[in-house]
Design a protein around this ligand. Structure first.
Ligand code: 3PG
Length: 406
């Protein structure tokens, strides 16, 4: 069913202070601190370019508390300025006096990036809309903005204050990224067919495991091909990998994986070989023979062949999260192999997450995929049929601020 929402054309935003909630959360190189890709920044730039006469306040989170990518947004502001080809200001503050006076000093056409929203405790929590409206973050900012544009599709599954707190307080509409994503997903839903193959990789095990039941219930996963860290959790649950993976919540994840495989063993495919580093080089091995502390960096070639057959025979394939550490050439075989199988598939193909979007460009096959989204967990949950807080906020805003309502 089409989603009720306002777009940039529905609000008069010229000369207004616009709070633009984007998701420019980007992998950061652990040693150099440099941003490792620009896909989400380019998406944000598209919406900013369509607000030429507004005073644009760009807001995003970056990383998670305690992780190495939990950084300031100063570098993001610099890269955004390069992409836009215009001056972009940065303020190392979120809702304190520095941020508020920087917002008030913006001129028409000005762009200001606030610091990482997750530097505030409230943005790390989830709220129902009435409680989100009472957070200091929203209460302080709302008197300094005239409108809100929600464009953080990849954060649509987090009910944080800046996602759900403004829609009832100031006129709120969707930005270009949200519009593009929902249009494409609607189009795909009208043509897609089975069998449905879902390829789950990457390191965000919690998000993937939380969604598997719903993906199955929503008939999105006739076959689930597992790889990346998620694949290792399933291998461990199947008793085919020794030792600890060293991830938070590991025991709980392994139990959940065990339960899923017990319920329906045929649905899940696990790697039959994996790649490790031995004497500085790639070596493919049977995971069952690995010592407890050895780090797995990719799936092996037999697994790539096996999974590629499923992908090629699918009516619809959805892939989220990379199978291996493709940023190193010797561990890119799994990611490249599965993406090439997706590109060659006659079925409908959907790729999810910033890493895979970057990899698609690296291998030059991005235009052979039906829909590429920089969203990871949010898209998984959307396809699993879950209600997303950001979409709820847009629907409430359409009712509150649509024609004749304001
Ligand atoms: C993502 O990269 O999936 C989004 O930015 C959300 O990040 P989170 O999983 O840390 O909330």
């Amino acid at each position: 069913m089409p989603i009720r929402m306002l777009t940039l054309e529905d609000l008069d935003l010229a000369g207004k202070r616009v709070f633009l909630r984007v998701d420019i959360n980007t992998p950061v190189h652990p040693e150099t601190g440099q941003l490792m890709e620009q896909e989400r920044l380019k998406e944000a730039a598209m919406t900013i370019n369509d607000l030429p006469d507004s005073k644009v306040v760009v807001a995003s989170h970056q990383g998670r508390v305690g992780r190495s990518d939990y950084t300031s947004l100063e570098a993001h502001a610099r890269v955004l300025g390069e992409i836009l080809g215009k001056r972009v200001d940065f303020v190392p503050d979120v809702f304190g006096p520095g941020a508020l006076s920087a917002i008030d000093s913006l001129g028409d056409g000005g762009v200001l990036v606030l610091d990482n929203l997750r530097f505030t405790a409230e943005e790390n929590q989830e709220y129902k809309p009435p409680e989100a409206e009472k957070t200091f973050l929203v209460r302080r900012l709302k008197d300094h903005v005239d409108a809100c544009v929600l464009d953080a599709f990849s954060t649509a599954h987090r009910a944080s204050p800046t996602i759900v707190g403004f829609a009832g307080l100031v006129p709120t509409c969707a930005g270009r990224t949200v519009g593009r994503e929902l249009r494409m997903l609607d189009r795909i839903a009208s043509v897609e067919k089975g069998p449905y193959v879902t390829v789950l990789g990457g390191a965000k095990v919690n998000d993937r495991l939380e969604a598997i039941d719903a993906l199955i219930a929503n008939k999105r996963a006739d076959k689930v091909l597992l790889c990346g860290v998620v694949g290792l959790v399933f291998l461990k649950a199947a008793g085919k990998l020794k030792g600890d993976l060293g991830i938070d919540g590991e025991q709980k994840f392994v139990l959940k994986a065990r339960q899923l495989m017990d319920e329906d063993p045929e649905r899940f495919a696990l790697p039959v070989d994996v790649a490790i580093r031995a004497n500085g080089e790639r070596k493919e091995v049977d995971p069952a023979g690995l010592g407890a502390q050895v780090k797995v960096l990719d799936i092996g070639s037999k697994t790539v062949d096996n999974y590629s057959r499923f992908i090629k025979g699918a009516g619809t394939v959805f892939m989220s999260g990379p199978p291996g550490a493709f940023e190193w050439d010797e561990f890119s075989l799994g990611t490249e192999g599965l993406l090439r199988a997706m590109a060659a598939s006659l079925g409908t193909t959907i790729i999810s997450g910033g890493h895979l979007s970057t990899a698609l460009h690296k291998y030059g096959v991005h235009d052979q995929i039906d829909h590429t989204s920089t969203a990871g967990g949010a898209l998984v949950q959307y396809l699993a049929g879950k209600r997303l807080p950001l979409i709820d906020a847009l629907e409430r805003a359409a009712d509150r601020w649509g024609k004749g309502q304001a």
